[in-house]
Design a protein around this ligand. Structure first.
Ligand SMILES: Nc1ncnc2c1ncn2[C@@H]1O[C@H](COP(=O)(O)OP(=O)(O)OP(=O)(O)O)[C@@H](O)[C@H]1O
Length: 350
């Protein structure tokens, strides 16, 4: 268990972590999400005693990191896989760590086996690929067989096989009853790995909830519709109590309706459909919606799709408007009547 209470870190004028309180529980993978600069690494560094909190406390198994006699036996962490001594062999690197934490030398071979590095155990780590470096970092984290594990961006730079391996490993470590806390920018990956989320933005907790509840609270399902007669169909759908948006590829998103109801409207008016499919919201969509106005570093890219006006938003939201609506379709098809500036249809008069 990791417990942060009122945890705060200021670097001069900059408040990197701002009065953060959360608990990471054993038995499932907890994802730690936030835009760049949100305060994830600083929080993890404070958990590991690498940064001293300006205020508040954080404990592992009820004890501050500095109070842990043999820390590797309590908490294993992968913060920066490149931070190891490249001049040592993988075996020696782990052996030194084991000795300084009172861990028997035989455990080195066990973890090398576990991460698949046994065959390169006597090679210098400086010659390792990114994936091998990550595996060695994970071997170090597992060395003391700790009940608490933390991984900062563990799948960074890994190939699909490596990503799958880490996902399976994290889930099995959690299934053994360990506390697994992992940060990542890869939403699709987190959606498959984590059951619980702690979301941070500009140093503050934005959400602390299950993945399922997080998606339900911050994004809404819709029906995707493609038709060669969108010019007729769009206004017909918009006359209902549904919100209809046009995607850049010319398909429609219908919020508030189920596919059967949309299909019935089309059939009643003799409109042909080429696609009618329910779309479940993704973790990425929910994350972008919740954190959109906490992002510190923006690229000039396409804004996130909006959820319906009446759609639920997280009660943990710090305030401020949801992210901007998408622009109208770039190239208007002859079959598409004009849309409103927010990309929605104005029903009733087309
Ligand atoms: N040693 C430091 N000195 C000054 N500012 C710092 C220091 N470390 C972090 N910061 C600032 O604190 C904020 C939080 O940084 P942090 O690295 O914790 O964010 P993060 O969520 O891990 O970001 P990323 O996803 O980009 O890794 C940022 O604005 C960062 O510039």
């Amino acid at each position: 268990m990791i417990e942060a209470r009122g945890l705060t870190k200021r670097f001069g004028e900059k408040t990197a972590v701002d009065d953060v309180t959360f608990t990471v529980r054993p038995g499932h993978v907890t994802g730690f999400l936030g835009p760049n600069g949100a305060g994830k690494s600083t929080t993890m560094r404070m958990i590991l005693g690498l940064d001293r909190p300006t205020a508040g406390t954080v404990t592992v198994a009820g004890v501050r990191y500095s109070g842990l006699g043999t820390p590797l036996r309590e908490v294993g962490a992968l913060l920066d896989a490149k931070a190891m001594h490249g001049g040592r062999t993988a075996h020696n690197h782990l052996l030194l760590l084991a000795r300084s934490n009172g861990i028997p030398a035989r455990r080195v071979d066990e973890v090398l086996d576990l991460v698949g590095l046994r065959s390169v155990a006597r090679k210098h780590a400086r010659g390792f690929s990114m994936g091998m470096g990550q595996r060695l970092g994970i071997a170090a984290a597992l060395l003391g067989d700790p009940a608490v594990l933390m991984f900062d961006e563990p799948v960074n730079g890994l190939d699909p096989e490596g990503i799958l391996w880490i996902r399976t490993l994290m889930r099995s470590l959690a299934a053994e009853g360990r506390t697994v806390f992992v940060s990542s920018h890869l939403m699709s990956e987190m959606a498959q790995t984590a059951e619980h989320l702690v979301v941070i933005g500009r140093g503050r907790i934005l959400a602390d909830t299950s993945v399922r509840e997080f998606i339900a609270a911050n994004a809404t399902s819709h029906v995707r519709v493609r038709s060669p007669q969108l010019g007729e169909l769009g206004p017909l759908l918009a006359r209902r109590d549904w919100r209809v948006e046009v995607d850049p590829d010319g398909s429609l998103r219908v919020y508030g309706a189920d596919p059967a109801a949309v299909g019935d409207v089309a059939a009643d008016h003799g409109v042909r459909l080429h696609e009618l499919s329910p779309v479940q919201p993704s973790l990425e969509e929910a994350f972008m919606r919740l954190t959109g106005d906490t992002v510190e570093y923006h690229a000039g890219g396409r804004p996130v799709p909006p959820a319906p006006e009446a759609g639920p938003v997280s009660t943990a939201r710090e305030g401020g408007a949801p992210p901007a609506a998408p622009p109208p379709p770039e190239a208007s098809s002859p079959d598409l009547p004009p849309t409103a500036p927010d990309g929605t249809w104005r029903g009733g008069d087309a």
